[in-house]
Each structure stands twice: as structure tokens, then as C-alpha cells.
Design a protein around this ligand. Sequence first.
Ligand code: FES
Length: 486
Amino acid sequence: MSHLLPLSRVARLVGQSRHALQEMIRSGALATFDGMVEFDELLRAFPDVKWDDDAELRRVNEIKEKAFAKRVLERALPDKEVLAARLTELGNDYAAAKALLAHYASVMAWLDEKIDEIEEEGSAETRHALHTVRAFLLRNLAEAPADAAQAQAAIAHERILRIMSAHVTIQPSGHEFFVEGNDTLLEAALRNGVSLNYGCSNGNCGDCKARLVSGEVKKVHAHDYVLKQAEKDRGVILLCSYAPVNDVVVEANVAGARDIPVQEITAKVKSVEVFNPHMAALHILAPRSQRLRFLGGQGVRLTVDGASGRYAIASCPCEDRHIEVQIPRREADVFAEALFTRLKANDSVAVEGPYGEFVLDEDSPRPVIFLAFGAGFAPIKSLVQHAMSLDLAESMDLHWLADVAGHYQDNLCRAWADALDNFAYVPHPPVDDLDAALRAIVTDYPDLHRFDVYAAGTAAQLERAEAAFTGAGLHRPRWFAGAIDA
Ligand code: FES
């Protein structure tokens, strides 16, 4: 049993976060080989895991599903072609294991015969030695090892996860995610917040071309775009039409803020959520054929009946067609007025964007402090959810310095803190002395040089916060600011 498992799969098997496992690796409690974990090591490091009882994992996932408003662990079956291929692979593994066992049995029978032959002619000493060897072999073959039941349950659990999901590694970025249910590679990437290049998402444009480096995929949706033979020979596939059969490595470009073009779509209002007289959220749904490509932290221009405004997106790019925009009620903001007074479900809204470069540095593994001033919570919420879906930061601390609208999504922030062991939420009431409040926050971080800080608020608030954080040791290039009044 020497097969190797990627860390993300181990995290799923034992119901722990990748960060908790990375901590175990750092402390020497879990050994890895080329970043992978051997099955025997898994059993050694987690002797107490109940492999046949995933109640705890399900409980944590249910909390996460509520907190992130997205699917965490899909239980739908894969596409039938993919399922058949995965079952065939499992059958082949089983046949290979059976053939190996039959081979071992024949080797044992030969050995038994040889011992018989030698025993007849050998000296008393040789006979005694052979007797001991035979007794040892028979005893050990008859008795199952002490942890056999544990190993069997772990293998069964791992096999079920392999049938239900496949692990994907994107090169050269190193992003990892699972493809679950009947998702294509593109759908799974977007669901996990990985912004791969794509256009039509239905096999027409060729923008989602990528190269399969290893593993096996199946076409699950027909595509009109024609791949040239030379491309097929190089392993080029369309991410929107293929699903992985087993764990795959794919070479594909991950888009940054500057790579995503400004798009224009007409979305439908799903609901208007008025938190209080000062703040409301507009939930809109992009058309099935035209999702809006954006990154966490970016903004859009919204227009309805000539009333227009530019606002920060408050949802994660991983949320399929759903987009949430949070809008404070401000004088002279005609779009906000329309939102608070007359917008209703099914109304059409013109959406243009995305805009802005206040996005995550996905290459940084550093711990993160999120700093939201009032309505600056909107882009911060989007960034937090994007970071969660990418499983990005070592730890995340959210400081929300409220304004007159208060902590209007306090429960959500507390749910994140409940669901994740590496997330802390610190609400701060409205303050008169902003500099004193910032000084109090930075005092809690004597090692600020290790952190990335993402802050959103008015330009004036950001200027003072930047001075406080860099003055307390934060490296200036690790300060990321998004002005909501720009
Ligand atoms: S996104 Fe257009 S072909 Fe895949």
C-alpha cells in the first residue's frame, strides 16, 4: 500500500483543512514525499480517524455551505461516461491486486514444498531453522495485521472519494481543486475561484483551450469548435467540454485583473436585501449563456432606467451566475435610490465590468489581515470568499471598523469564524479617533512584516491606515488598498 495522495485529498479524507496539515508537516508530525502523503503514513499520523463515519466532515461542510453560499462537497454522481471510466479503473486496480495475491499464494506454495524437501534431508539444526521460518510465515499469514480493519476502511473511503471526485492541478500556477458531480473542468475551476481563461463556456469559441499534461479526461459535452489534429496530438482539450476521469495535471493560463476584458451583460434582479436604512444588497443573476468574468475585490457599473453607479462586487467569482453588490444609501446616488425604493425581482439591470485591480495576490502564501471600513466590507467580503475558495492564506483576520450602517453582516462573519480554524473576526464599533483605533489593531501584530494587508474604505481612511500599518512594520509592497470613493 504505497500509493501517494495529494495533500488536498488527505485533507478531505481526514476532515481537516490543508493549513492544519501544513502545520503538521512543518512540525514533523506528518511526513510527505514530493508534497504527497503515503497511504501508510496517513494511517500512522491519523490513527483515530473513523474512516467509515464522515459525520464530522459532513457537519463542517454543512457549516461551510451555509457560510460560503456555495457547494462544498458535491454528492451528485459524475457524468455516466466518467463514472464508467472511473469504475473500470477501479476494476483494473482490483484485478491487479487479485493477480498479485494469486502470485504471492503460488510463491508461498512453492516455498512450502521446498521447505518440505529440505527438511527431509537437512540436519537437525537446518530442520529446526526451517520449522521456525514456516511457523513464522503461517502465523503471520493467518493473522490479519492489527490495523487491517483501519487500513481497509481508509482505502474504501479513499476509493469512494476517487469515484465521486477527481483532483486537478493547474500548471504553472499550482492551483488545485476537485471536480465533483458532473462538472466540467471549467465549471469546477470557476466554482473553486480559479479564473481560467474562457469565453462562451459552451464549446464554440476555443478560448478555454488548455493542455492535458497527465491523467485522463472524457468529453462530456459536444463542442462545435474544431481542434486541429496537431493540437489534439499535443493533448489540447477544451476545458468547457471535458471532465477528468482520474487525477489530472492541466497546463492553462490563470487570468489576472488586467487579463479579464470589460464585459457588458444584462442581468436579472434576484432579490433586494435591505440590511438597514443605510445599506442594501442587490442580488443579480447573469444569463446562463453569459456569466460575468471577474476576480474577488473588483467592481462593476450598474445601470437601470438611466440611473447608473459604480460599486464593489461583494460576492465570490466562485458563485456561478450569482453576483451581489452592496450599495450604501447616499445623497445624489440615483441608482442607490432606485435600489432602496423600487427595484424588484426580475427587473433587468445592465452590468458593465469588471473594473479595478484590488484583487488577491494568489502567489502569496502569507497570513492575511483584511481591514474593512464601513461599506468597504463589500470588496473585502468578496476577497475573503475568494481566498476561502482558493484555500489561499495561512490565516485570515478580518477587522471591520463599522460606520453608521453598523456590522450589517455580522452573522456571516461569525459563521466564517465558526467554519474555519484559520479565520478570526474582530468587529470594531464606530470610532471618533480613527488613528487610536488603528494603533490598537497594529499593536496585536508584533510580526506585521510577515503579513499581507488588504484594506477597503475611503481614500482618506486608507491613507491613515497605510501609515499606521507600514509604520508598525508592514512591508509597503504587501499593502493592498481599494478605495470605495474613487
Ligand atoms: S469557453 Fe468557448 S469553447 Fe470553451
